[in-house]
Design a protein around this ligand. Structure first.
Ligand code: ADP
Ligand code: ZN
Length: 313
């Protein structure tokens, strides 16, 4: 039997058909921009599933969504990206229309499970997945099981506080981890450093201006590689705060594996090597050498693959 994964993203519904080994056999997507009601969204989801399924028998459909997802009741609590949800039971609705089991899950939790089953976390006992993107998302696989928590909202590690007097976060709190270690946060800290610098113009801002785009995390890494002092200092601070977040994870969950994905992980060794060093300095002695910090392997289809993997035995 085949399995289907659906990624309900910010701009599109992306759906894939996978075999039991995690290989994607077919893919379909639809933009969400033109969809005006929950009925239209559900119909679009059903259409993509029907399209990829063809004649195959389907064991189940997993759906990954951003935001607060009530996995036990099969409801998206705040469909930030999709219109008119109002607590509609998406799981029940899909099961009725498709006559197959469906499961709904938060997208970071899906990505965590996908990396554990098919990606960088294969074979780990306990794995924590962190995506350093526009914000920070995370998911926990503890002793081989995806840990969802009482309300299935577990793993919002981006909103654990690393500096109580720090920058204001979208959640209303100050100094959440994501205000220091997300891609957005890296760009903000670089801009602040550049604004405070005597010359104003730095290698980082020059790179952004040459591209005609706002300063982003990528420019900070590029400028640091070109020996731009300000970029290097900014990254030092970023690595410190990122390491603090990982230290909290290691002290909380004692995982043998931490998988890091998201846009910032694309910086590669220039990010991972200092981060491994810093984290090793920060954790308490008994934890040293107990964990590996690895880049994610599944890339853009991680949501689809992770949601489908919910039906892997
Ligand atoms: P989303 O949040 O939409 O899922 P991504 O996971 O791609 O998107 O994360 C976007 C963030 O990653 C942006 O802040 C961007 O600047 C940053 N980013 C993208 N590529 C790189 C790179 N090569 N090095 C460092 N940061 C990057
Ligand atoms: Zn927050």
């Amino acid at each position: 039997k085949m399995i289907v994964g659906v990624d309900l993203g910010g701009t599109k519904i992306a759906t894939g058909l996978l075999d039991a080994s995690g290989r994607m056999l077919a893919r379909s997507q639809k933009a969400t921009a033109g969809l005006k009601s929950s009925e239209e969204v559900i119909q679009a989801i059903v259409d993509t599933i029907t399209e990829v399924s063809g004649e195959y028998e389907i064991a189940g459909v997993g759906l990954a969504s951003p935001g607060a997802v009530d996995t036990r009741r099969g409801i998206i609590r705040n469909g930030v990206n999709l219109p008119g949800w109002n607590g509609i039971s998406l799981q029940a609705e899909l099961e009725k229309r498709l006559q197959v089991p469906a499961k709904l899950i938060n997208d970071a939790n899906a990505a965590a499970w996908g990396e554990y089953v098919y990606g960088a976390g294969r074979g780990a006992q306990s794995m924590v997945y962190v995506t350093l993107s526009t914000g920070i998302g995370s998911g926990l696989v503890l002793d081989g099981k995806l840990y969802l928590g009482t309300s299935s909202f577990a793993g919002e590690l981006g909103h654990t506080v690393v500096n109580p007097n720090g920058a204001l976060c979208g959640c209303g709190q100050r100094g959440c981890w994501e205000t220091y270690a997300s891609g957005t946060a890296i760009a903000r800290q670089a801009s602040e450093a550049a604004a405070a610098a005597a010359e104003g113009m730095t290698q980082m801002t020059a790179l952004a201006e040459a591209e005609g785009v706002p300063l982003s995390a990528k420019h900070v890494f590029q400028a640091a590689a070109m020996n731009d002092k300000l970029a290097q200092e900014t990254l030092e601070q970023v690595i410190h705060y990122t390491g603090l977040g990982l230290m909290n994870i290691i002290h909380s969950f004692n995982p043998d594996c931490i998988v890091i994905g998201g846009g910032v992980s694309r910086a590669g060794a220039a990010f991972f090597e200092p981060l491994r060093g810093k984290t090793g300095e920060l954790v308490m002695e008994p934890y040293r050498g107990t964990y590996a910090i690895k880049p994610a392997e599944l890339k853009d289809d991680v949501g689809i693959i992770g949601a489908a993997a919910l039906f892997v035995e």
